[in-house]
Design a protein around this ligand. Structure first.
Ligand SMILES: [Zn+2]
Length: 317
């Protein structure tokens, strides 16, 4: 038997046939379109991807234990409904019910960060742990919490939005997409890092970051890290500041959950130890009761590009 994982993103719907060890037998993707907003046809396109991966892996739905779907936004996982998604503008779409018209197997849907957390626990760097705080540093800051081996979702699955805890109450705190100011996401996302990089670049016209960004064609989440590694002081300032912002939120979460491990995913996690070593030090030294409470390991997530498909597939297990 196999699992099907569907990863809905802003640009594409990816799908894959996965075995129980997390190996992907076949995967494909189709682009998302803006017309979902008008006709809510996203379920039709998800069906299309499921048909394509069944065909590609040369299996039928009878060989499938279940289908899992990871979707950004607020997802009612109990009812199988996309309650609200802002990146592809959807409201109250009963995806699971619509897909059940075609596929008579268990179908689960959950928030993409929750799927990623679960995927790491089942197939990746979180294997063997019971309590995990998962953080993804991408366009936004997503969080997923595994408590006692189970996904924590809050009432009607609307919780676990760690990215929207406020870490700066001051008047000039940066605005967040959620409507508040000073959210952790507004400081620790890749988009925030780019903003912080640009601000420092303006103050330091001699910084290596200018030439690096020119060569890359833009300022990205890599600019400051790459130049700091080469000894650029202004870039190091950006990196140190950014890591301090990440740490501020992470220590809040450690103080609440005291997990076995913190797993960091998303594009920024490609910086590996360069990112996790200073965070590990800060967590060890600054958390509440640091000298006395259990050690919390800080690691990067391991599933990388296929994290979305594998995380969605893990929903079925
Ligand atoms: Zn927010």
């Amino acid at each position: 038997m196999y699992l099907i994982g569907i990863d809905v993103g802003g640009m594409s719907i990816k799908g894959g046939v996965v075995d129980f060890d997390g190996k992907i037998l076949y995967k494909t993707s189709i682009p998302t379109t803006e017309k979902y907003t008008e006709d809510y046809s996203i379920s039709e396109d998800i069906k299309k991807v499921i048909d394509l991966v069944l065909e590609g892996a040369k299996i039928t739905i009878k060989d499938v234990k279940g289908i899992g779907i990871g979707q950004p936004g607020s997802i009612d996982s109990k009812r199988g409904v996309i309650r609200y998604s802002n990146n592809i503008a959807l409201e109250n779409v009963p995806v699971v019910e619509e897909l059940h018209k075609y596929f008579d197997v268990p179908i689960k849907i959950n928030n993409d960060a929750n799927c990623a957390a679960l995927g790491e626990c089942v197939f990746g760097a979180g294997k063997g742990y019971n309590d995990i705080v998962f953080v993804t540093l991408g366009t936004g800051v997503g969080t997923g919490f595994i408590i006692d081996g189970k996904l924590f979702e809050g009432r009607e699955c609307a919780g676990a939005e760690g990215g929207h805890m406020v870490i700066d109450m001051s008047e000039n705190a940066p605005s967040c997409n959620c409507g508040r100011k000073g959210c952790w996401e507004a400081f620790a996302s890749a988009s925030a890092l780019i903003r912080q990089t640009k601000a420092v670049m303006e103050k330091y016209p001699d910084s290596m970051m200018h030439a690096f960004a020119k060569e890359e064609g833009k300022v990205s989440g890599k600019t400051a890290f790459a130049c700091a590694k080469k000894g650029d002081e202004a870039a190091q300032k950006v990196v140190d500041g950014y890591i301090e912002y990440i740490t501020a939120g992470l220590i809040n979460l450690v103080n609440i959950f005291c997990p076995d491990a913190i797993l960091i995913g998303g594009g920024i996690s490609n910086e590996k130890e360069y990112l996790t070593n200073p965070i590990q030090d800060a967590v060890n030294n600054k958390r509440f009761g640091a000298k006395f409470n259990p050690y919390v390991e800080v690691k990067t997530a391991s599933l990388k590009n296929d994290a979305g498909i594998l995380g969605a597939a893990a929903l079925v297990l």
